[in-house]
Design a protein around this ligand. Structure first.
Ligand code: APR
Length: 240
């Protein structure tokens, strides 16, 4: 009798097109706290309370202090074996689309080049006045809130609750999910939409859903294979 990991490994090996949807859990072993679940807590703040346009309008410095803290923490983090396994999957020559909810940039640092970032990028800033966007990896940022050259206040170029996702990224991610023969759902609580909707989209497209998570999630019921364990421990075994 093939065990779940061997089954998942065979599905990945035999698939021509694979997609992955990752969440904060894939970065947990890099020392980046998750938002929810065991041990997940960003400095006692619920993301729903701070990652919103309203919170930023009310108290831009507090929101920036939270992002400053995250940038300092993530700036010291290194990609882990889970990130590196997905980079190997991209390099394997299979049709592979990596879709992430994470804003930490660890997938790119692990070697993935084509990363669809549904929720933006912690290392980019956007002007709230003129809309200009630019990379800024300085840690710490000298002054909070940072300002644009036009004088406008800058915000993190990430998607906050209540804000639309980048349409082009979402559309391309949905297309990849629909065409995938296998969807790896890695380290996400699958409670935030529309990101989580990629799972039923892939299922309807005929994909086999492999969930890699330390805990049960709302996606577990849809998954064809549930690998309970840490992404950094499970993923390398799936990818040659
Ligand atoms: N390996 C695999 N899964 C893990 C690990 C690990 N080492 N550690 C934790 N997990 C799982 C948790 O069980 C949980 O299901 O990762 C998941 C993390 O869930 P969340 O913290 O909710 O993160 P995520 O699903 O990415 O959140 C989605 O919510 O706050 C917003 O925009 C933010 O992108 C984020 C979105």
């Amino acid at each position: 009798m093939e065990d779940e990991r061997e089954l998942a490994r065979r599905w990945v090996k035999e698939a021509k097109s694979i997609a992955a949807l990752t969440g904060a859990g894939i970065s947990a072993e890099s020392g980046v706290p998750t938002f929810r679940g065991e041990g997940g807590l960003w400095r006692n703040f619920r993301p729903e309370d701070l990652a919103t346009p309203e919170a930023f309008a009310t108290n831009p410095v507090l929101v920036w202090e939270w992002y400053q803290w995250r940038r300092e923490l993530i700036g010291k983090a290194e990609p882990n074996t889970g990130h590196k396994a997905l980079a190997r999957l991209e390099a394997s020559g299979k049709e592979f689309t990596l879709v992430t909810q994470n804003v930490d940039g660890l997938h790119e640092r692990a070697g993935n080049h084509r990363v669809r970032k549904l929720h933006g990028d912690l290392w980019r800033l956007r002007c709230t006045s003129c809309g200009a966007e630019w990379p800024d990896r300085r840690v710490p940022l000298a002054k909070l809130p940072p300002h644009c050259q036009c004088g406008g206040v800058a915000r993190p170029a990430v998607v906050w609750f209540g804000e639309p996702l980048p349409m082009e990224v979402l559309r391309a991610s949905a297309d990849a999910a629909e065409e995938a023969e296998v969807l790896l759902v890695v380290g996400t609580s699958a409670v935030v939409y529309p990101a989580a909707s990629l799972i039923p989209v892939a299922k309807r497209g005929g994909a086999k859903i492999i969930e890699i998570n330390t805990e049960e999630t709302p996606a577990s019921g849809v998954a064809d294979c549930r690998l309970r364990g840490a992404a950094g421990e499970v993923l390398p075994g799936l990818v040659t």
